[in-house]
Design a protein around this ligand. Sequence first.
Ligand code: NCD
Ligand code: ZN
Length: 350
Amino acid sequence: MSLPDELTIAQPDDWHLHLRDGAAMASVIGHSARQFARAIIMPNLRPPVTTTVAALAYRERLRAALPAGHGFEPLMTLYLTDQTTAAEIATARTSGAVAACKLYPAGATTNSQDGVTDLERLGPVFAAMGEQGLALLVHGEVTDPDVDIFDREDRFIDERLAPLVERFPGLRVVFEHVTTTAAVAFVRGGPATLAATITPHHLLYNRNAMLVGGIRPHLYCLPVLKRERHRLALVEAAVSGHPRFFLGTDSAPHPVEGKECGCGCAGAFSAHAALEFYAQAFAQADALDRLEGFASHFGADFYGLPRNTARVTLRREPWEIPPDYPLGPTRVIPMGAGTRLDWRLLAAAQ
Ligand code: NCD
Ligand code: ZN
């Protein structure tokens, strides 16, 4: 089948995005606002966004940093800790600004040290979230040091996620940035309240891309890239038209010095070309006609939000990704730096 040269779709949303704060945030927010109408904003700042008051203040800072003319809407999240209360969930709901709460198992990833140590104890919070209609966004990896890093997602499903989904049938759960065949199967076989986001890097790269011929720290993220057969399962899920798989970039900018060093941190920055990366992956699978559902419809449907009415156009027009972009006082190395992308987003988001 020959590919079309242009594709116009409803404006997409990013259901998993790290924007950071301060000068770094001001440098990167425009990348997302150029493409997406809305985004779920991750709360793993330092200190983390654990209260509605903090989420509202963060939203103000985001709005103030937006380039003029962009209607980008940040959908806020709370960072769950062992101290989160059901009362805070009610406050979050009443504010109208908080769409979801994020569960980081303590120690799982960047800025997760204040995360949850005991899921059992958060029962009343999960129950309140179910009642109030706030979604639970899960970083699905166990943190036991004895568990191999490549097995951490699968173990989380069996030991934590499956029991949680069963125990709280009224709670909408998003299994974030899924990376394995087991995760795809679990979501497919799960109830209508269970969905997953898929990142562009997990669709485009396997672990060889990160480790063969030299170590590429800018592809190091968590959950870590997996084998090719897992990547293929993710592509299959993304292009399948299944409405419980949708776009979430997990774009996570780090200063170049934090990545290119003896112990580089986890996180891949993809916001500069997020939709174009997804278009690349869908085109490779000969499934561009499925991009709109994945990028622009299914997430909104799952969150119970209206679909966007504005439209954006991608054109087949090769361009080269720059070597770096500003990040506050320093630089961030973007995913695919110096390589060619076949698709370019034309219409500026309004
Ligand atoms: C994220 C970050 O840098 O904030 N890093 C990552 O590798 N994905 C945290 C996260 O979402 O795990
Ligand atoms: Zn993330």
